[in-house]
Design a protein around this ligand. Structure first.
Ligand code: GLN
Length: 383
């Protein structure tokens, strides 16, 4: 640490594992299945819609809460998927990616000294968001192969200072998906202890084996108490566009918007216009499960003759592989060696937990071109 910065606001947090692994992957020219993003192009209509939006001079600030067109399109998606009314005027905020939706939600609703429970392995921004809000993170560990919460353990962890519980289904990095019974248990606890729920549902449109998405709003006791966060740039295969959203009751949304307006004012206007146009066609999200189920199967078929074993993936676009039949190295060492010796990048599962949890598991992203997946599995069969 330099003489100028004597104490860090995030002392136990390192630089993003996604950025780190992608950087090393580029350095070694490795097949990159580490960071979660597609390497295939989006629908051409989306590019055309963006061009038209810029040409039509939708180039100034949008409303802070997002363009009306996009808020209405998101609300329509919730009706199509869950027959669930969402008021685009007072319940929906368009954000700069789901990450900013999470930050705006946590920093507007968590006060200094409030406790926030979340589950590890976890997407990496939860803990920093809690810490920067002055909250106290309480991490509960999920265990394989199901990686579903143990509700008795959750109830034991709740105190009178518990302000929020953060959940995530389909789960990044494990691909676990909640059952209705999980939402019911959480609803009972939220009612009993009076906390807020932040539900990261970024992968809600990607589900396998007849699994249905359990949005936290499907539990009536959570409709007023929960914030649902999603990502449109994920749905549209343009993760660099950074367009997400937060949906919550009018009272919670008013608080989220107060913070959102000063974090970023508004998400980029032409990108919102373009996405709204394509999102109005429900095929843009209804086709995703089939697309990614095929890619996951292609990836797993290619691993049949390998020494990797895989864990069940019910949703999302990540696959955990167990390499314990190959090596007894720590997962971060093994991941580094896969890059340097075999030219393929994945993320060690231990990097989704603080403090360090030893595993023999790696996360691979299968949201890739078929040829990328075939190259990747050809390499993995030689390991
Ligand atoms: N969600 C993606 C992942 O889990 C990437 C997120 C990011 O890089 N911020 O890999």
């Amino acid at each position: 640490m330099s003489a100028i910065v004597t104490t860090s606001r995030l002392p136990i947090i390192e630089s993003s594992i996604f950025a780190r692994m992608s950087r090393i992957a580029v350095q070694f020219n490795a097949v990159n299945l580490s960071q979660g993003y597609p390497d295939f192009p989006p629908d051409e209509r989306l590019i055309e819609a963006l061009f038209n939006a810029v040409q039509s001079n939708y180039n100034q600030y949008s409303l802070s809460e997002g363009t009306e067109a996009l808020r209405v399109a998101i609300s329509k998606m919730f009706t199509v998927l869950y027959s669930m009314p969402v008021d685009p005027v007072v319940e929906l905020t368009v954000t700069v990616g789901a990450t900013q939706a999470i930050f705006a939600t946590v920093s507007s609703l968590v006060h200094t000294g409030d406790e926030v429970i979340f589950f590890q392995p976890a997407f990496e921004c939860y803990m920093p968001a809690i810490m920067l809000a002055g909250g106290i993170p309480t991490a509960l560990q999920l265990h394989g192969p199901t990686f579903l919460p143990d509700w008795d353990e959750v109830e034991q962890a709740i105190t009178e200072r518990t302000r929020m519980i953060i959940i995530n289904s389909p789960h990044n990095p494990t691909g676990a998906c909640w059952l209705q019974a999980d939402a019911r248990r959480l609803g009972e606890l939220a009612d009993k202890y009076g906390f807020i729920v932040l539900s990261d549902e970024v992968y809600h449109n990607i589900l396998f084996e007849q699994q249905e998405h359990v949005t936290v709003f499907s539990e009536p006791r959570l409709r007023e108490r929960a914030v649902v966060v999603g990502s449109l740039s994920k749905i549209m295969h343009v993760t660099g566009w950074r367009i997400g959203y937060a949906i919550a009751s009018a009272a919670l949304t008013a608080e989220i918007r107060k913070v959102h307006q000063f974090q970023t004012y508004a998400a980029p206007t032409p990108l919102q216009y373009a996405i709204a146009e394509i999102l109005n066609d429900s095929n843009s999200y209804l086709a995703l499960s089939k697309l990614f189920a095929r890619k996951r199967d292609l990836f797993l078929d290619g691993l049949q003759d390998s020494r990797f074993k895989w864990l069940p993936t019910r949703g999302g676009y990540f696959q955990l592989l167990d390499y314990s039949a190959i090596s007894n190295e720590a997962d971060s060492d093994f991941a580094n060696r896969l890059i340097t010796d075999f030219n393929i990048a994945a993320i060690p599962l231990s990097s989704f937990s603080i403090p360090y949890q030893e595993t023999r598991l790696l996360r691979f992203c299968f949201a890739k071109k078929d040829e990328t997946l075939l190259t990747a599995t050809a390499i993995l069969r030689t390991v």
